[in-house]
Design a protein around this ligand. Structure first.
Ligand SMILES: [Zn+2]
Length: 412
């Protein structure tokens, strides 16, 4: 369980947005002047973000602060806002900086805790990657999060909008994204961060994160295993139905229709049929569940191998609303990758008379944060598995006759 907390200072504990430009330019005198413009985050909760380190320390948790400001500047901010901490890792304390894990590793060392006992509370994709590479739980502070469509594919393990959520690390496993919690056979503790906002042309929301097979996080993800299974059988429909039910408990809006993305012409089975039957009792009574509200009228070959632009072409005109349906629609999808399928379906629903379409996906595909290059030949490294032992390791993509380089997945 998480016992130690490491906070990003600049955009998580205090709002330094107005000073960014001058910090980049390394114009020291101007930064001094700009420090006066640093603000506390206005969060409607009992405890402001910058007060959290103090409250966690009162409860016996070791606390470190990591900053990309030089030490003199970080210290000035910590003092001005009265931010309690045991350790400060400032810009000059490490040679490498985030997304390199060095500042987080240094913080854990100075706190005398194992990396696995720590979490990093940050504000953007760089912080998520640094946490992963340091072997720590990643938390994104919702009050400082960047644009939803950019964060959605680089989502943290935990998304927290209310600072007090951090006071219960024993509940972190149940406060994850709904479908990840239900797929791990846990009962979700529903809060605003249980649903991942994904932005998009039509508002998109995801109930969890999907990690591709080449991402080392795939191995530890119950959702990834079970959502792949859902393509072939309904044996794993129940946890996704439970997540969808929890979703409707949490959101304040409903819709007139709930319509799933239809099967492609070569897919005889509707993968949402059993799932939606299981979720029926949890779907608001005034929402009409329409399993065949859309149909796919075009063959789409090798969709998975296409890039975003080709996908957009491939799905153009591929979907039709089966009947005019006026009113708001929730479109249900399984995994959002580029969002092109969902957008094409949403456009078809709008053409069929819908006043508004929002997309709810079981999972949002994630960028692999472990992009790794072979030190011998420069080709990308991929996560491979030893078929006899089941052990996973890094292997060069150079192929068996060209480069054999392998590395352990978790060095050190
Ligand atoms: Zn190689």
């Amino acid at each position: 369980m998480v016992s130690a907390f490491i906070f990003d200072l600049d955009r998580t504990l205090v709002d330094c947005a107005t000073t960014d430009l001058w910090r980049e330019a390394r114009l020291r005198p101007r930064v001094r002047q700009d420090l006066n413009h640093v603000k506390a985050f206005a969060v409607t909760s009992e405890t402001a973000p910058h007060e959290m380190p103090g409250r966690l320390k009162e409860r016996g948790h070791p606390v470190a602060v990591v900053s990309s400001f030089p030490r003199w500047c970080a210290e000035q901010l910590l003092e001005a806002f009265g931010i309690a901490h045991d350790v400060l890792v400032a810009y000059e304390d490490t040679v490498e900086h985030t997304p390199h894990p060095a500042p987080l590793v240094r913080a854990a060392e100075q706190l005398h805790v194992r990396a696995a006992a720590g979490c990093f509370v940050g504000s953007d994709a760089v912080d998520v990657e640094a946490s992963f590479r340091a072997g720590m739980l990643s938390i994104i502070a919702g009050w400082s999060m960047g644009p939803a469509d950019r964060m959605a594919s680089a989502a943290a393990d935990l998304l927290v909008y209310t600072p007090e959520t951090l006071l219960q690390p024993e509940c972190f496993a149940r406060r994850g994204y709904l479908a990840e919690v239900t797929c791990a056979n846990l009962e979700p503790l529903v809060h605003r961060g249980s649903i991942l906002p994904c932005g998009g042309q039509f508002e998109q929301y995801a109930l969890g994160r999907y990690f591709a097979r080449e991402d080392p996080r795939h191995a530890g993800s119950a959702l990834a295993e079970r959502i792949l299974e859902l393509k072939h059988s309904d044996a794993d429909a129940a946890p996704f139905a439970a997540a969808l039910t929890a979703f409707f408990r949490q959101v304040e809006w409903t819709a007139d229709y709930l319509i799933p993305v239809p099967p492609k012409p070569n897919q005889p089975r509707n993968r949402f049929e059993v799932l939606l039957a299981l979720a029926r009792a949890g779907i608001p009574v005034d929402t009409t569940l329409t399993l065949d509200g859309l149909r796919c009228v075009k063959r789409i070959d090798n969709y998975k191998s296409l890039g975003a632009l080709d996908r957009s072409d491939a799905v153009a005109g591929a979907f039709e609303a089966t009947a005019p349906r006026n009113g708001s629609v929730i479109l249900l999808d399984d995994v959002i990758t580029t969002g092109e399928t969902a957008n094409a379906c949403a456009r078809a629903l709008m053409a069929g008379g819908a006043s508004e379409v929002r997309v709810v996906a079981l999972a949002r595909d994630q960028h692999t944060v472990a992009g790794k290059v072979c030190p011998l030949c420069g080709r990308p490294m991929k996560v491979r598995m030893n078929r006899s032992t089941g052990e996973r390791f890094w292997g060069c993509s150079g192929g068996p006759n060209r480069c054999h380089h392998t590395e352990s997945l978790n060095p050190g």
